[in-house]
Design a protein around this ligand. Structure first.
Ligand SMILES: NC(=O)c1ccc[n+]([C@@H]2O[C@H](COP(=O)([O-])OP(=O)(O)OC[C@H]3O[C@@H](n4cnc5c(N)ncnc54)[C@H](O)[C@@H]3O)[C@@H](O)[C@H]2O)c1
Length: 320
């Protein structure tokens, strides 16, 4: 049996794929989720496995989290639970602060009483992007723009983790994800642009693209298939890194181009209208992931078209 790993947000889109990977790799997995956006359906295929346990709990619940740490004694924490939307963080910054920093601090406080070996923290390469000029890409060492409460709480979380890891002597990795897409993603928030477009296209419903006047094809983003993100988590679970790693493809894609690629893969022709702007959004985002490649060997393997075909196949399988 490998290490005991506590996955927060493990019933969500990305977290459920991470739980699958840990079970497959032989880890003993405890998934904690309050099901605010996650679903038991995402992990129900794992429940029969003796290496997997699900506990419905809020990471803000100090007493419950302490009891979980006391009985399970995690060696690794893989922290995916979060309020994940830039737009929601502009509308309700107190809730964003509460979950994204308050929740993280409950976990970090638990590590003071029940020592761990490693903490994997998920941050956002897109929200923490600097202003991109010309053909450059965001690097981990850049100064982020911090345009939204979400960007601030994710960034502050990285700093809190650094303090706790150094003070209490555990390894850590910050994974700054680009925009992730794939099976089980729900059509909410700006992260969910792919499922929003896919749902509309399958229902022959026009979509709306929110953008800035000087970005006629929409803001640009870097899209990573969820399977590639899972592999990044597998690698940093096995290896000490103790730094921040961008997880992106390095390909900058305008939202209108994503829409047209989805039309192409799903063999559809549905209209899109352009409106805007959207508060808090960075205009351009694309990540350089050379550090992840150098330190862990991680590279992006799935192209956008391959990822969208895999998503289409998984949707077709659900209909069978
Ligand atoms: N999807 C992306 O493109 C993207 C990009 C960058 C970073 N991220 C980060 O990746 C992580 C996972 O995102 P996702 O897209 O899978 O979103 P998701 O909403 O599917 O997953 C988040 C999970 O956390 C759970 N959760 C939320 N608050 C909780 C709480 N207080 N206690 C316990 N569980 C709670 C939710 O129920 C959900 O299952 C988040 O930290 C997000 O900020 C995602």
């Amino acid at each position: 049996m490998k290490n005991r790993v506590l996955v927060t947000g493990g019933a969500g889109f990305i977290g459920s794929h991470i739980c699958e990977m840990y079970v497959r790799e032989g880890y003993e997995v405890l998934c904690v989720d309050n099901l605010s956006s996650g679903k038991v359906d995402n992990i129900c295929h794992l429940l029969a496995d003796e290496k997997f346990t699900f506990v419905e709990a809020d990471i803000k619940d100090n007493a419950k989290m302490r009891a979980i740490f006391q009985s399970f004694r995690p060696q690794i924490i893989n922290h995916h639970a979060a309020q994940k939307s830039v737009v929601s963080s502009m509308e309700d910054p107190v809730y964003d602060l509460d979950i994204n920093l308050g929740g993280l601090l409950v976990l970090l406080q638990c590590t003071q009483h029940f020592p761990i070996e490693k903490f994997i923290y998920v941050s956002s390469g897109g929200a923490l992007s600097k202003v991109i000029e010309g053909t450059e890409k965001s690097k981990e060492s850049d100064t982020p723009q911090l345009l939204s409460p979400y960007a601030i709480t994710k960034y502050a979380g990285e700093k809190y983790l650094d303090i706790y890891a150094n003070t209490y002597g555990f390894e850590y990795t910050v994974l700054r994800y680009a925009n992730i897409y794939g099976p089980r993603q729900i059509p909410d928030g700006e992260c969910g642009v792919v499922p929003i477009f896919v749902n509309n296209i399958l229902a022959n419903k026009p979509s709306v693209l929110m953008t800035y006047p000087d970005m006629p094809k929409g803001c640009t983003r870097d899209y990573v298939y969820v399977g590639d993100v899972v592999e990044a988590n597998r690698l940093v679970s096995e290896k000490a890194v103790n730094t921040v790693l961008n997880i992106g493809t390095g390909d900058e894609i305008a939202i209108l181009d994503i829409y047209n690629t989805i039309l192409d893969v799903f063999e559809k022709d549905v209209a899109i209208t352009i409106e805007g702007p959207r508060l808090g959004d960075v205009k351009r985002s694309v990540l350089a992931s050379d550090r992840a490649q150098k330190l862990t060997g991680w590279t992006n393997k799935v192209s956008l078209k391959e990822g969208l075909i895999a998503l289409k196949d998984s949707l077709l399988q659900q209909q069978v």
